[in-house]
Design a protein around this ligand. Structure first.
Ligand code: NOJ
Ligand code: CA
Length: 597
């Protein structure tokens, strides 16, 4: 790794558009200030946001309709999940044409209008870059599979199968890689009688980044979108781009977590540095890599600004704390979660940057997963508590659509209610093989399945929750609780989760301590209270000192702050009418407060 890094640095031409090295005086607490560090990001899953033309599928014009709603919420960067032409084997994470808008979502003119409307509101847009794999319907793959001699053959990984003594006519896959979406990661293709690699679905063949032409084609499509004016990329499973030489079998030990091997291929950093040199360095772009398989110590190899790779990554330590294999639950406790945030604060340095998130389109709903949706009162309070946490911890916060309303998991009761390919394939691999009873599968998937986050946005109490016209059939069922949980109701209620989130975002934007400030966990072992400070001392300016106190659970608690710390002015509280200050605090169920101290 060190060798690759040194080599890439030597051959790199002078980086021109990288923000100039700032003199120490302009650093804030040792950090170089940049817009994407100060951003609050909101993820839109376009299929489920707003249907503007009655086909039951969200679309770009639907997003444009709601930009005022987002601007008022206070978020200033939108991450758009894939909007490209796709046969939708994995809802757009299987791209057929990187330069075309998915027809269900609209046209390029709709995209341009949406982008212009985002910019008018002083917000920015990052788009999803899905280039570990393409769709099998991409013309590169159509060419590639057509013959062994085709110039695109080497755009993907093709290998002979292994002999199958039991059935010689049906060779075995070239190695033992499992797919993230169940079964083998290899698909036999009759035309050339070889297998191709797909770490995800069979319709998502992995691109061969060791081929310089693949890299050039990817850089070119990145320039296409940056030249249009997008402000950067969220990069899908980006550490997987460098495959292990020779694709050897995983050992039994490696099989326990194949991502660790797949995410740490020998050329990962070299390719990311090349991408940075050739493309990213020429633009004022934000980059965030999805980084399954990357541990915290490895994180700095990708995000350290001196290495010129990516700005930040999504590290999965926190978001997967409560998950075992597949959709099984893992018991966890608050000190474990605090230990993760604490280790990030200790291990990542001033040249690194971090993200903070607990939900997205691949996880269940924020409040159902991490809070408490057992009663309306607990749902409201715990959703507010979680937003408080996300907006006051270290790192650029990423909020997922609908979490600002406290949208919940869907009450799935049957397998046929799920749409997700991951769920369908897992069902085949577990229930249909007799490894798991159907009832258990449905219960676990109801708890952790990705469709929970993908049900349509609940805009109002109108039919279809205002997501689509009454006569339309939404592509995925609307959560029946939309009559109670919806944006229209929350906009009318000053104490709603929406308005609270708006206040928490405003607080985040108002004080750079929440961006660049130090972080101190006041009580790492407390089982129910999460209390921490964010502080910033800048020469010639008054000190910023903030105290966040969260009662993470239903049990009321009397909590005495450590010696020397007293809660001062109350800046944000999720229970209206709170006035308490001082050294001892009385917190009721799921109570969250932010003070100066
Ligand atoms: C991660 C994406 O977030 C997920 O939705 C997708 O299924 C896989 N990558 C494959 O692209
Ligand atoms: Ca539509």
């Amino acid at each position: 790794m060190t060798f690759c890094f040194a080599q890439a640095q030597q051959t790199a031409p002078a980086v021109t558009a990288q923000p100039a090295a700032h003199p120490a005086a302009s650093l804030i607490n040792g950090y170089q200030p940049v817009w994407w560090k100060e951003a609050v990001v909101y993820q839109i899953y376009p299929r489920s946001f707003q249907d503007s033309n009655g086909d039951g599928i969200g679309d770009l014009n639907g997003i444009t309709q709601h930009l005022d709603y987002l601007q008022k919420l206070g978020v200033n960067v939108i991450w758009l999940s894939p909007h490209y032409d796709s046969p939708n084997a994995d809802n757009g994470y299987d791209i057929r044409d990187y330069r075309k808008v998915m027809s269900e979502f609209g046209t390029m003119a709709d995209f341009d209008r949406m982008l212009a409307a985002i910019k008018t509101r002083h917000m920015r847009l990052i788009v999803d870059l899905v280039v570990n794999h393409s769709s099998d319907e991409h013309h590169w793959f159509a060419e590639s599979r057509s013959s062994k001699e085709n110039p695109y053959r080497d755009y993907y990984f093709w290998r002979d199968g292994r002999p199958n003594p039991a059935d010689p006519a049906h060779p075995l896959p070239p190695n033992n890689y499992p797919s993230y979406f169940s079964g083998s990661a290899w698909q036999y293709d009759a035309t050339t009688q070889q297998f191709y690699l797909h770490l995800f679905a069979a319709k998502q063949p992995d691109l061969n980044w060791d081929n310089a032409k693949v890299r050039e084609d990817v850089y070119s499509l990145m320039r296409f979108w940056l030249d249009k004016g997008v402000d950067g990329f969220r990069m899908d499973v980006i550490p997987l781009i460098s495959k292990q030489p020779g694709l050897p079998d995983l050992t039994a030990e490696q099989m326990k977590d194949p991502s660790r091997i797949w995410a740490n291929g020998p050329h990962r950093d070299e390719y990311l540095q090349q991408m940075n040199r050739e493309v990213l360095s020429k633009y004022d772009a934000m980059t965030v890599g999805e980084a399954l398989g990357i541990t915290l110590p490895e994180q700095t190899q990708i995000v350290n600004s001196e290495r010129h790779e990516l700005n930040m990554i999504f590290n999965f330590d926190a978001v997967r704390l409560n998950r075992g294999a597949n959709y099984s639950a893992r018991p966890w406790n608050l000190p474990e979660l605090k230990a993760i945030y604490d280790s990030h604060a200790r291990v990542l340095g001033k040249a690194d940057w971090d993200t903070v998130f607990l939900s997205n389109h691949d996880n269940s709903r924020l409040v159902s997963n991490w809070g408490d949706d057992s009663t309306p009162e607990f749902r409201t309070r715990s959703a507010k508590l979680l937003e408080t946490m996300l907006l006051t911890l270290r790192g650029t916060p990423f909020l997922y659509q609908g979490d600002e309303l406290g949208m919940t998991n869907y009450p799935f009761t049957r397998f046929d209610q799920f749409d997700d390919i991951e769920v369908k394939n897992l069902y085949k691999a577990t229930v249909l093989t007799g490894q798991m009873p159907e009832a258990q599968f449905v219960a676990e998937t109801q708890r952790f399945g990705r469709d929970n986050a993908r049900t349509p946005m609940q805009w109002s109490g109108a039919p279809n929750a205002g997501f689509a016209p009454a006569a339309a059939k939404p592509w995925l069922a609307v959560n029946p609780n939309y009559t109670a949980i919806n944006a229209a109701a929350e906009l009318a209620d000053p104490e709603s989760i929406y308005h609270y989130t708006q206040r928490a975002i405003a607080l985040h934007h108002a004080h750079l301590a929440f961006v660049y400030g130090g972080y101190q966990d006041l009580d790492p072992t407390h089982l129910q209270v999460y209390a921490y400070t964010r502080t910033l001392t800048e020469p010639g300016k008054p000190d910023q000192r903030f105290l966040v106190v969260l009662n993470y659970g239903q049990k009321p608690v009397e909590y005495t702050l450590p010696a020397g710390i007293k809660a001062g002015k109350l800046l944000l509280a999720n229970i209206p009418g709170t006035t308490e200050a001082g050294a001892t605090l009385h917190l009721t169920a799921w109570e969250a407060r932010v003070y100066s101290y």
